[in-house]
Each structure stands twice: as structure tokens, then as C-alpha cells.
Write a protein that binds this ligand. Structure first.
Ligand SMILES: [Zn+2]
Length: 43
């Protein structure tokens, strides 16, 4: 199903976390503290 990989929209850092957390906005980027993520589609 979904890969638990998300890319930060601001700094392009790849985070590995559950997609429920991302949808709930509980994930913070480690390097830029942004909350905007998009799922990484391509492998
Ligand atoms: Zn970031």
C-alpha cells in the first residue's frame, strides 16, 4: 500500500514515518522544522 516515506516540501529531506502521522500533521522535519510533507511516489 503506502510507503512510509515522505519528502519535505521545503528542504527535500526524506522522512520515514507513518502516513497517518503525516496526515495528522504530527511530523516535523528534522532539518527545517517544517510540517509540509508530500508522499514519495517514485522509488
Ligand atoms: Zn525540511
Amino acid at each position: 500500500m503506502f510507503r512510509n516515506r515522505f519528502v519535505c516540501r521545503r528542504c527535500k529531506a526524506v522522512m520515514r514515518t507513518s502516513n497517518m502521522k503525516v496526515l495528522a500533521g504530527k511530523v516535523t522535519c528534522r532539518s527545517c522544522a517544517s510540517h509540509a510533507f508530500k508522499p514519495k511516489r517514485k522509488r
